[in-house]
Design a binder for this molecule. Structure first.
Ligand code: FCB
Length: 422
């Protein structure tokens, strides 16, 4: 079903379009024992408290109701549920997730459950993580047990979140556990093992089925547009081309190429923007550039990535034409203290999404990253992606609606976005 546009300055989305928001366990739950537990982020803090959503999920669901979202992309944390390969699922932890899923249902919010979002149980890490082919079997066994236990409650499964971000941050740039650098073979093995696990688990998830409705299965690929800042700079062009091959194409081919393309029912796309190289360095704030320097070069970034709404429609179109799968935008968001910047960013990206849909791309939903300000991996608590703020200086971790939360609420309620930006 196509969106409609142009009436009274608003762009409307199809009536079944799923407006949602997203988090991941290590970033919001707190009280977690996995390989992130002792990892000290750049702000000197750990994921230990996070947002304490482990206890406060009922309150978080109330915030989602206030936002008016219809869907929630949430993770289930493997390390809570299993103590070793093939071990029975921990029933106390399982029932906590079941309570969370039941409360979501009562609130009319559809869960999309992520099975792997950058974190492993310690027993997996100690056995070599995703470099070890035995992890594929362990994961498939676990996910089968979990899907069987949740068959009455979950119908949309998101197997892996951003395999290339996980593999590159862990084995190329050394910023995620196990903090290793320049191990290109390890990067390749990890992505291939995850793709293998995806290939094995999808048919099982589909076969288990769900009494909540038709089962949907897919993984989430973050699409970054790589380019040379000076189009005539050969080194920068070469690095951009190589990055595109290693981080975009290779991963998509591994998960969706050939016969493997038949096991997924959707493709999740996390779209943030662009990385441009100048003198072989990426022009983004997290590589040591100040915003003033970047702005002077015409590179507009939030606290993490260059914004590039114009790249969204071509990227979605290319992926759909190649793999013929319906798409969910499983993440888009921005981190900035400037809520006006975030508002423009959201509106421009939603306008681009609408244009892609009007041009024939089938997009079923959009999940804003993130519901809450949270633990942003190697950066700690400094990056504020939330629609809802969390005051990490106050031990009671109070939440509050941000201006962008109010804007997103209006978008969800209207099922439409303004045609022009503020
Ligand atoms: C994505 C991750 C998510 C969060 C956002 C900002 O790459 O999936 O956990 O870190 O970026």
């Amino acid at each position: 079903m196509k969106p409609t546009g142009g009436k009274n300055g608003v762009l409307s989305f199809p009536s079944q379009f799923l407006w949602g928001t997203a988090t991941s366990p290590t970033q919001v739950e707190g009280h977690i024992t996995n390989e992130w537990t002792d990892h000290v982020a750049r702000d000197g803090r750990t994921c230990h408290p996070a947002c304490d959503s482990y206890h406060r999920y009922p309150e978080d669901i109330e915030w989602m109701v206030r936002l008016g979202v219809k869907a929630y992309r949430m993770g289930i944390e493997w390390s809570r549920l299993q103590s070793g390969p093939g071990a029975p699922l921990n029933q106390t932890e399982l029932y906590r997730y079941i309570d969370q899923l039941d409360r979501l249902k009562a609130a009319g919010i559809e869960p999309m459950v992520v099975l792997h979002h950058f974190s492993n149980p310690l027993w997996i890490t100690q056995a070599g993580g995703w470099e070890n082919p035995a992890t594929v079997t362990a994961f498939v066994t676990y996910a089968t047990q979990l899907a069987t236990a949740l068959r009455g409650r979950v119908r949309i499964w998101n197997t892996f979140n951003e395999p290339d971000t996980y593999a590159s941050c862990s084995y190329l740039i050394g910023e995620f556990p196990p903090e290793q650098k320049w191990r290109f073979r390890a990067y390749r093995r990890v992505v291939c093992h995850m793709a293998e696990a995806h290939g094995q688990i999808c048919p099982i998830l589909r076969q288990i089925g769900s009494s909540a409705g038709p089962v949907e299965v897919g993984f989430s690929k973050n699409w970054t547009t790589f380019a040379a800042y000076h189009p005539w700079a050969p080194w920068d062009q070469a690095i951009a081309g190589l990055s595109h091959e290693i981080f975009n194409q290779f991963v998509l081919r591994s998960f969706l190429g050939g016969k493997r393309g038949e096991v997924s029912t959707f493709l999740g796309v996390n779209y943030y923007g662009r990385v441009r190289y100048r003198h072989t360095r990426p022009l983004i704030p997290t590589f040591g550039y100040f915003h003033d320097q970047l702005n002077a070069l015409g590179v507009y970034c939030d606290d993490m990535f260059e914004r590039h709404p114009a790249g969204m429609a071509p990227a979605l179109k290319e992926m759909q034409q190649r793999y013929h799968l319906p798409i969910y935008v499983t993440e888009h968001g921005s981190a900035s203290a400037d809520e006006g910047f975030r508002e423009r960013d959201l509106q421009e990206n939603l306008q681009a999404l609408h244009a892609a849909m009007a041009g024939g791309v089938e997009v079923r939903g959009f999940f804003y990253w993130s519901l809450l300000d949270n633990f942003e991996w190697q950066f700690g608590y400094a990056k504020k992606f939330g629609l809802i703020s969390v005051d990490f200086a106050d031990p009671s971790l109070p939440r509050a609606m941000k201006p962008l939360g109010e804007i997103y609420r209006q978008i969800c309620l209207a099922n439409a976005v303004a045609q022009s930006s503020p």
